[in-house]
Design a protein around this ligand. Structure first.
Ligand code: CA
Length: 462
């Protein structure tokens, strides 16, 4: 594929891409797809977003080698909803996932097609390494949901360090046990290193293969528990805050792992035909929802909230053979778009019974100056939000100790920190956005009861 040096300007920022004209959505050779997902990483925890105390050279290289989406969102403010929508390109409310999935509770609707299933049918080799968190029941297992290979754990969290030996005959803890396929294994490495190793191994096995692949590398880093290897802790003697220092070690281990994965892609000779997508599954948790000393500055709030800090995340896409390095895209996008884009690239039509909410981004990043979405909407517990252009209306907790949300209108074009509520000055816009959110809620969330019952916020418009 020959990269054309065409340049477009999107939202006043230079965006340069190599286009392939009419064949843009159906390249002769299907690209390999690599998703890399961090867990609970803050918006500000990478160098390209201003992180100063923890070097992230490999994440920065990934961003610099492709497109950085400044306004990249996730649908979920916590793990499972975000991962569900990444897998399906559908708002997670549609498929029974309203909150993180505890041990023993039902997971993602097993009837909804996943990106892995779609790509497998399209001829891809599919693999997941790391954290699943979309149901631990047998019918929810990744191998039943479109993946050919699985190495990782089914639940939402576990220690990074090796398990203690189980008593003879003890039942496997399906939530946290490391498995290969369905079989329990004794992992001896720090999990970030182990998942890197497995991803690198998978990539090495693809060298010379004519079959395209889809690899979903879902680190449990940098989610709690706060556990870093000693040699990584030793890199940060200057960080005084104990938890931030541990977090730095955990983040650096993940960044090193990403560097090894990017190197493996290069060494397999497939860099020019591999689309690499990186997100954090939700914003960094600040003082609740498993705080890990992450930073979202200058964004307000964090994980579990509909402030920008809960839903806007590091969001990069790199494709050396097609996307020109160093581009930025400033229109709002969301993680469902990654999967919609991938389906388009693979020539897959989503099942008409399971319509997708994600948008194929290729026409937009190749020069169409309009926004991929007229609006984006969120709901979590009592909170909700809608973004339309520069405006955001949100019903969110005023601070980390509050129990009751408040309504606020913010102009993100000059108030990224959501510090200046403009709802009193623009009552008509408040009404219009609230009406748009209500229409979205009726259309997408409706009254469908999920596994945990009706979402708490269903009747919660202020
Ligand atoms: Ca998470």
């Amino acid at each position: 594929m020959i990269k054309q040096q065409t340049t477009a300007v999107v939202c006043g920022m230079a965006l340069a891409l190599g286009g392939t004209g009419a064949a843009a959505n159906a390249p002769a050779k299907k690209p390999n797809i690599l998703y890399i997902v961090a867990d609970d990483m803050g918006y500000a925890d990478c160098g390209v977003h201003g992180c100063k105390d923890v070097p992230t050279p490999n994440l920065d290289a990934l961003a610099a080698g492709g497109i950085r989406f400044t306004d990249g969102y996730v649908t979920g403010t916590v793990c499972s909803p975000s991962r569900a929508a990444l897998m399906t390109a559908r708002y997670h409310y549609r498929d029974g996932v309203y909150d993180w999935i505890p041990a023993g509770k039902p997971g993602l609707n097993t009837d909804v097609p996943t990106v892995a299933g779609y790509l497998k049918k399209a001829g891809y080799r599919t693999a997941i390494v790391g954290k699943w968190h979309l149901g631990e029941q047998e019918q929810c297992h990744p191998l039943k949901r479109g993946f050919d290979e699985f190495y990782g754990f089914l639940g939402g969290g576990r220690s990074y360090f090796p398990d203690k030996p189980r008593a003879a005959g003890a039942k496997m803890n399906h939530y946290s046990q490391i498995v290969r396929g369905a079989a329990a294994v004794v992992e001896k490495e720090y999990t970030t290193h182990a998942f890197t190793r497995e991803a690198v191994d998978f990539l090495a096995r693809q060298k010379g293969s004519v079959q395209p692949f889809f690899l979903y590398l879902a680190f449990n880093a940098v989610h709690t528990p706060m556990e870093a290897p000693d040699d990584y802790l030793a890199r940060f003697p200057g960080i005084g805050d104990k938890n931030r220092r541990i977090y730095a070690g955990m983040l650096a281990a993940m960044d090193d792992g990403i560097g090894r994965v990017l190197k493996a892609v290069r060494e397999a000779g497939i860099e020019d035909n591999t689309l690499i997508c990186f997100i954090s599954d939700n914003g960094g948790p600040i003082t609740r929802n498993a705080p890990n000393a992450s930073l979202n500055t200058p964004l307000r709030g964090g994980k579990g909230e509909t402030w920008e800090g809960g839903i806007r995340v590091p969001f990069f896409m790199q494709w050396k053979g097609r996307f020109q390095a160093g581009a930025t895209f400033t229109q709002p996008v969301i993680q469902m778009d990654i999967t919609a884009t991938v389906l388009a690239l693979a020539g897959v039509q989503a099942d008409a019974d399971w319509p997708i909410d994600g948008v194929n981004l290729l026409p937009f990043i190749e020069g169409n100056k309009s926004a991929p979405h007229a609006t984006l909407c969120w709901e979590y517990e009592q909170q909700w939000a809608i973004r339309e252009g520069q405006w955001k209306l949100t019903f969110a907790m005023p601070d980390q100790t509050a129990k009751t949300p408040v309504l606020g209108l913010y102009d993100l074009s000059n108030d990224i920190s959501e510090a200046h509520d403009l709802s009193q000055a623009h009552p008509e816009r408040v009404r219009q956005l609230q009406s748009a959110w209500t229409a979205w809620h009726k259309r997408v969330v409706g009254d469908k009861p999920g596994p945990e019952g009706k979402p708490k916020a269903a009747n919660n418009a202020p």
